[in-house]
Design a protein around this ligand. Structure first.
Ligand code: GLC
Length: 799
């Protein structure tokens, strides 16, 4: 419905001259004589909120996205009035607000212009709905790049694009198709090697235009609500992303098994079919931790019920699967079947928990079960009720995770695929229509689900996955990218979407490996699994009516490749877990696009394919059929080709040969990569050694390893261990220093050390200044060194 854009439009209104300002603690309010108030709040030296009203007063300040526990402190704040403008100065930035028209500009302390209003804030009154269509336009510098915005299925750099945020069930979406399932109105701008971020916290339908309509203008606008945005200064993209993630919240650690491999299909039933799948994984020795039940496990698609013909005794079945290391995850959708005999329906009806149309009737729409009503998850009372519904599933039946789907919310057979806009929502005591609540609905469902699963899984950790999400959903849930297609183009899209989600705060994300719709060739499936094992969330899923998509649906070679790569993921679990820990502690994304890794190198600004997994592994998927290798960009620094341990100097594009059972994979020189033995599921094996692959580098490099009980909450009481390795490489020497913190005592007692890339033959080895007797041939024979885990310094001395 919104046609106009940031272009000057005759109905647009603008702030007039600033006539007054007040200053209180961390905020300054500027008033114009046409009732505009701009409230500037300094949250951190590099995090400033800009909130506008056009009414002369502000409505209740409420956001689902902002994490109440976000860090909120600054070191310096000075507000001053200088001739034509007001100035707000912090320890990191300087913000100027022009008296004449309220336009603002932000500088760093070296006086470099970071962000500047073009038209600035303006608005159009909405006669139809009341309130305003709120708009913002900023000038964009030549060469500026844009990143972020969640799950957009397009190039990583958003320069030149217009994007729309409206959570939509987009079955078999296409490249560049808009809008998709998730809404993260946060972007990162980068120019002159400096990065900043904008988070436009507005749940209405929003639009972003990055120099699409006008070459030097970036703008964003919403169909309602407030112009309310946060400016985040870098200058490193890492600072922007971690600040945004801190502002919108970090998750808790998932159970380690959730980082294992998951197998899903629409649908595994009856019980015997699910059991066959489980048995086949173990028989073929392809590690797997979780099996999913899609909608057919339910009785007539009624949530929280079971089809007793297919699954006569779910508790027994779940327990039997668990004995073999499989966790059962079940789907729960928002649509509650209208059925007078159905207890959940009756309860919700009795308590008035369903969303209503403007004039009173309950919102009614078709989903899998037929006509449904939909709980209003924006009501805290409804969320509490919903959480309680998980009791039987989790604590009695033993289900370990819940999958929330169709929560955009999706409605079938209607043109707009969702609720009519007049539907009413509580919005946590700020009643509103679906125009405002639509984009947040899925997140509030996942939030209620998370609280339920957590309550009944305790003292274990919950696992929840959602399809729809708004910024901040990462506090409650992981996510997948929705109904993709088994095509090579979708493999390209999946690679970008997961990177983009990572820098949009929602790092625990993966795609349906192999594609949901249609059927992949064996080659495509193999290439997809080779990428998927490097995604934070790793699950094969497919719509069953297109054929089978278990690894054994393909030929022997593909089975072999799947085993090899899934096994590699299981070996890398301690590395992956450490990545996750850095995400929950510091908001550091688990996947880093090359531009995030090295923004100073302009070669990275338009790269899409290569990314850094964690901090030290460079991954580049093969995205085309019949490839024997590919060109790729290796970022600056020293790297080792993982397969052949050959050294590569980065900062250039190179050709990498790859066989069908490899993809380009590089490890940063100096890295210490921890590895577990291959297990068929997390916790299968007790082992006495942690493998450390140590890659020699001349100079210093730091690596860390986080470990805890892999489930439960003892880590929050300090029961974790944190190993930090410092490697120091010299011409004839490699020193590895280990510093250990924390109270968690791991089961293993030794490290099995692989030394890779030593430029000298070993003469002597010292551990904590004591000479060690060793077999001189060990390194030539690709063997390893076993070292007690309590060492603090290992010294390898060359001939
Ligand atoms: C939706 C989901 C898909 C699921 C299907 C049936 O299409 O995106 O993952 O399998 O519904 O529940």
């Amino acid at each position: 419905m919104i046609t106009n854009t940031e272009l000057e439009y005759k109905g647009d209104l603008y702030p007039t001259k600033i006539v007054a300002f007040e200053y209180e603690v961390d905020s300054v309010c500027f008033h114009t004589d046409n009732d505009v108030i701009l409230k500037v709040t300094v949250l951190r030296d590099s995090l400033i909120r800009f909130r506008f009203t056009t009414k002369g007063y502000f409505s209740n300040d409420f956001s689902y996205a902002i994490d109440k526990s976000h860090s909120h402190e600054y070191n310096f704040l000075e507000v001053s009035e200088v001739e034509d403008y007001y100035q707000i100065k912090t320890n990191k930035v300087l913000c100027r607000i022009q008296k004449i028209d309220m336009r603002l500009s932000i500088f760093d302390l070296k006086d470099t212009l970071i962000l500047e209003d073009e038209l600035g804030f303006h608005w159009e009154e909405s006669y139809e709905f009341g309130g305003n269509i709120v708009k913002m336009s900023k000038s964009s510098k030549d060469g500026e790049c844009f990143y972020g915005l969640g799950d957009k299925a397009t190039q990583l750099n958003l320069k030149g694009k217009r994007l729309e945020n409206f959570a939509t069930d987009q079955y078999a979406f296409q490249k560049d198709q808009e809008p998709l399932y998730k809404v993260v109105p946060f972007y990162i701008g980068l120019h002159n090697k400096k990065a900043y971020g904008i988070f436009f916290d507005n749940t209405f339908r929003t639009y972003f235009d990055f120099c699409n309509e006008r070459r030097n203008v970036a703008s964003y606008w919403a169909e309602g609500g407030e112009m309310n945005y946060y400016f985040i200064y870098g200058p490193q993209m890492q600072d922007v992303v971690t600040t945004f993630t801190d502002l919108t919240g970090k998750p808790e650690l998932p159970p380690l098994w959730a980082l294992g491999y998951h197998q899903c299909k629409w649908s595994y039933y009856p019980e015997s079919n699910l059991k066959e799948v489980a048995a086949k994984f173990r028989e073929l020795k392809i590690p797997c931790d979780a099996l999913y039940l899609d909608i057919d496990y339910m009785d007539g698609f009624r949530c929280f019920t079971w089809n007793k013909e297919y699954f006569p005794d779910p508790k027994r079945m779940v327990a039997e699967l668990a004995e073999d290391g499989f966790k059962t995850v079940v789907i729960i959708d928002p649509g509650i079947k209208i059925d007078k005999e159905y207890s959940i329906y009756k309860e919700a009806l009795k308590n008035d928990y369903f969303c209503k149309r403007a004039d009173g009737p309950y919102m009614k729409g078709k989903v899998w079960p037929g006509e449904c009503n939909f709980p209003d998850y924006t009501n805290p009372v409804v969320r509490e009720w919903w959480a309680g519904l998980f009791k039987e599933l989790i604590s009695v039946i033993g289900v370990k995770g819940v999958w929330n789907d169709m929560n955009e919310p999706a409605v079938m057979e209607v043109p707009n695929k969702t609720f009519p806009m007049d539907v009413r929502h509580d919005y946590d005591g700020n009643p509103c229509s679906h125009r405002k609540a639509h984009n947040i609905y899925g997140t509030q469902m996942a939030r209620a689900t998370y609280h339920g699963v957590k309550r009944f899984a305790y003292p274990k950790r919950p696992f929840v996955i959602t399809r729809s999400a708004y910024a901040g959903a990462q506090r409650y849930t992981s996510s997948w990218t929705g109904d993709n297609v088994a095509t090579w183009e979708h493999l390209w899209i999946a690679n970008i979407q997961v990177q983009r989600m990572s820098i949009s705060g929602m790092g625990f994300t993966g795609s349906d490996i192999g594609g949901f719709a249609e059927q992949p060739s064996g080659e495509l499936y193999a290439r997809w699994i080779q990428l998927g094992v490097f995604h934070p969330f790793c699950r094969t899923h497919s719509s069953g009516n297109h054929g089978d998509q278990e690894p054994w649906a393909f030929d022997e070679e593909v089975i072999e490749i799947t085993r090899k790569f899934v096994s590699l993921r299981y070996q890398l679990l301690p590395y992956l877990y450490t990545m996750f820990w850095q995400y929950i502690e510091e908001g550091i994304p688990m996947l880093k696009p090359l531009v995030y890794y090295d923004q100073e190198d302009t070669q990275t600004h338009y790269r899409n394919d290569e990314f850094i997994f964690g901090n030290q592994i460079l991954v580049c998927p093969i995205l085309e059929p019949n490839s024997l290798g590919r060109r790729m960009y290796v970022p600056r620094g020293q790297w080792y080709n993982y397969w052949i341990n050959e050294k590569v100097k980065g900062g250039k594009e190179i050709w990498v040969d790859t066989k069908f059972d490899e993809i380009p994979l590089f490890v940063k020189a100096g890295a210490v990569i921890p590895k577990y033995p291959i297990q068929q599921y997390v916790g299968e094996l007790e082992f006495d050694e942690l493998t450390l692959d140590i890659y020699y580098k001349k100079g210093k490099e730091k690596s860390v390893v986080y470990e805890d009980a892999q489930d439960g909450y003892d880590y929050k009481k300090g029961k974790y261990s944190f190993l930090s390795f410092q490697t120091i490489g010299k011409e004839k020497e490699l020193i590895v220093q280990l510093h250990k913190e924390g109270k968690y005592d791991t089961n293993y007692s030794k490290y099995k050390i692989n030394l890779i890339g030593l430029p000298f033959n070993v003469k002597e080895i010292e551990i904590d200044n004591k000479k060690v007797i060793f077999d001189k041939n060990i390194f030539e024979n690709e063997s390893y060194l076993i070292v007690d885990k309590e060492f603090t310094e290992l010294c390898i001395i060359g001939l």
